[in-house]
Design a protein around this ligand. Structure first.
Ligand code: C2E
Ligand code: MG
Ligand code: MG
Ligand code: MG
Length: 288
């Protein structure tokens, strides 16, 4: 029998809780095995410069290659891994893998300026992140300036005072820092000025309805202006339509990422994409 506290809605017990708990435990076991057997892989999504049409970077996005269930998207397991602490090992693998790929591609003559790696809340809170990044760069001979770390705005703003020192140390390694999902996490503008960041990623939720929502246009315009005045690169994520590119170009947003250019791709397809699209300038001229 479920017991509820009427005032704050806190549930002491619900009949379906055992199912939820059981599911969590199962997930932990499966993730433990996935980590042991390295059942993860990265997909890469191109990031394009709006003025030159050049593919200037890629975001590395993790997938779980489950032996029975197939490819599992990050939103279906990262939250579990965060609460179980297993994100540390997954995140370490992601970092090593992204740096390894970057190094290999450079040796093969691919000219990609940056690979962006998502850093979770838990990872950032461990004091060892700086050492880990340093080690990954050294072990893989990845050039520090080709690695970008994406940290969500809500993670950064949880404890901005405590973050400054760690971000400064990360930055000192030569890597660049981007604020992911920007606009959703209630930034304190005074902290934003103090943090050693390079880039703002406009959250997909604002980009999605640019065609129809005047408020989203206003917010997007404001973020681009904020970026410019703080000397930060601004990238819009989740771009699916030419009309969005047109608006973003008119507002002088610098970079774009989204399905219009490409979905996240497995390595081989990504490299083929790089070869095929040295520049997307001509198509883009039509969109703008
Ligand atoms: P994110 O970092 O904001 O990544 C962008 C997500 O938006 C990706 O989903 C990408 O596939 C999707 N996306 C990109 N362009 C479009 C578009 O035009 N339309 C739509 N509808 N979606 C688009 P994905 O790969 O499923 O990743 C979801 C989230 O999982 C990421 O959001 C990130 O928060 C997390 N994540 C992914 N890889 C990692 C990782 O290696 N470590 C950690 N800690 N988190 C990760
Ligand atoms: Mg991201
Ligand atoms: Mg994002
Ligand atoms: Mg997101």
């Amino acid at each position: 029998e479920a017991k509820r506290d009427g005032r704050n809605g806190f549930r002491f017990y619900t009949p379906d809780m055992t199912v939820e708990v059981r599911q969590r435990v199962m997930m932990m076991d499966e993730l433990r095995e996935a980590i042991e057997k390295q059942q993860f892989l990265l997909h890469f999504q191109p990031q394009v410069c709006l003025t030159t049409g050049e593919v200037i970077g890629a975001e590395a996005l993790v997938r779980w290659m489950h032996p029975e269930k197939g490819l599992i998207p990050p939103n279906d397991f990262i939250p579990y891994a965060e609460s179980s602490g297993q994100i540390a090992q997954i995140g370490e693998w992601v970092l090593m893998e992204a740096c390894t790929k970057m190094s290999e591609w450079r040796a093969q003559g691919y000219n990609l300026r940056k690979v962006a790696v998502n850093i979770s809340n838990q990872q950032l809170r461990r004091k060892s992140l700086v050492m880990l990044v340093k080690q990954a760069l050294a072990d893989t001979k990845c050039q520090p300036e080709t690695l970008e770390l994406e940290i969500t705005e809500s993670t950064l703003m949880q404890n901005p005072e405590d973050m400054v020192e760690e971000l400064v140390q990360l930055k000192a390694l030569g890597v660049s820092l981007a604020i992911d999902d920007f606009g959703t996490g209630y930034s304190s503008l005074s902290y934003l000025k103090q943090l050693p960041i390079n880039k703002l990623k406009i959250d997909r939720s604002f980009v999605r309805d640019l065609d129809v929502d005047e408020n989203d246009r206003a917010i997007t315009r404001a973020i681009i202006a904020l970026g410019k005045s703080l000397n930060l690169t601004v990238i819009a994520e989740g771009v699916e339509y030419a009309s969005q590119v047109s608006f973003l170009a008119s507002e002088q947003c610098e970079q774009i990422q989204g399905y219009l250019y490409s979905k996240p791709l497995p390595e081989e397809a990504f490299l083929a994409y790089l070869k095929e699209h040295k520049s997307r300038r001509e198509e883009m001229a039509e969109w703008i």
